[in-house]
Design a protein around this ligand. Structure first.
Ligand SMILES: Cc1cc2nc3c(=O)[nH]c(=O)nc-3n(C[C@H](O)[C@H](O)[C@H](O)COP(=O)(O)O)c2cc1C
Length: 303
């Protein structure tokens, strides 16, 4: 038996496979379709203080090897999350920690969501990298000083394990990793979607109403592996890696590049069973390679 448990900055996970925010609803929508016993954590869709309508439709465009979306962080707000979503999740799902994904339009709003959340979730993932919301996380994730400010504010507002989800579209990830380390983050998550655009050439208009969106899926995977590798070389903070995981091999690449755990996103839309397949494939890889624990795979890259 392979030991598949990991610790992500204080968050105990019985499996290294989590779900990525925005691709698994609020954690209960997939009951019956997904083997929750193989799930290390569920990351909920992003929430801010107030309810938020998101962007106008259309908000998706399928592209070769991926998806461009501009949902725009639609959500019901922190009150609804606390009164309805979390109690419903706790009732339906046992033994799978819930990571709350939070965002805001200001440093104060991030801190307010974190503080109102209290200990209702098991960890916080801060989205500082969403490319879709003009007044939201975009700027926080693209200036190390502003990033440090917002991470420090959330750190003061919560005792939960604090995971910072970084923007991939920066020249070097290292200053952002350092800013998180210096501001009290417990872990990093990488990558969020990559800014992208799709044009309908006959209508001569962008396909998505918001004009631009974020690219995810198979096509982002090699870029994500490189960013995770760069980040892991620069820090001892554990990393939750995501971006184009469709099979175990993709997840194992992330682990070898230095990730402690992985999250499956867009692939879930076409194959809800992907979590179990990735879990089983990682365990089989450990057997094959002689690893007794999945933790031994982290960073086990030959030079
Ligand atoms: C439809 C959709 C909605 C998303 N919503 C969020 C969100 O609310 N907060 C967030 O931090 N990331 C969000 N993401 C980004 C994913 O969590 C993930 O970082 C990204 O899609 C890369 O992983 P993947 O290629 O496996 O999908 C969203 C992605 C998609 C496709």
């Amino acid at each position: 038996m392979i030991d598949m448990s990991v610790n992500l900055g204080g968050l105990e996970m019985k499996s290294p496979v989590a779900t990525a925010s925005g691709t698994f609803g609020y954690g209960t929508e997939y009951i019956g379709a997904v083997d929750y016993a193989k799930l290390g954590a569920v990351t909920a869709k992003g929430i801010r203080v107030e309810p938020w309508p998101g962007n106008p439709m259309p908000r998706h465009a399928e592209v070769k090897g991926g998806l461009v979306n501009a949902i725009g962080l639609q959500g019901a707000g922190i009150d609804h999350f606390l009164k309805m979503t979390i109690p419903w999740y706790r009732k339906q799902v046992k033994d799978v920690p819930l990571i709350a994904n939070i965002w805001g339009g200001s440093v104060d709003e991030y801190a307010e969501v974190a503080s109102r959340l209290g200990s209702a979730a098991d960890a916080i993932e801060m989205n500082v990298s969403c490319p879709n919301v003009k007044s939201g996380g975009h700027t926080f994730g693209q200036d190390p000083k502003v990033l440090a400010e917002v991470v420090s504010a959330v750190r003061k507002a919560t005792k939960l394990p604090l995971i910072v989800k970084l923007a991939p579209n920066v020249p070097s990830i290292v200053p952002y990793v350092r800013a998180c380390e210096d501001s009290g983050a417990d872990a990093l998550s990488l990558i969020n979607t990559i800014p992208a655009m799709v044009i309908d050439i006959e209508r001569r208009k962008p396909v998505i109403a918001n004009k631009t969106g974020g690219l995810s899926g198979r096509c982002v995977h090699p870029a994500a592996v490189k960013i995770v590798y760069d980040a892991s070389k620069a820090t001892k903070l554990p990393i939750l890696a995501m971006g184009g995981i469709y099979e175990a091999k993709d997840a194992i690449e992330f682990l070898l590049a230095g990730a402690t755990a992985v999250a499956v996103g867009t692939a879930t839309f076409s194959n809800p069973n992907v979590v179990a397949e990735v879990y089983d494939g990682i365990a089989a890889y450990c057997e094959r390679q002689g690893f007794k624990s999945v933790r031994e795979v982290t960073g086990a890259l030959e030079s």
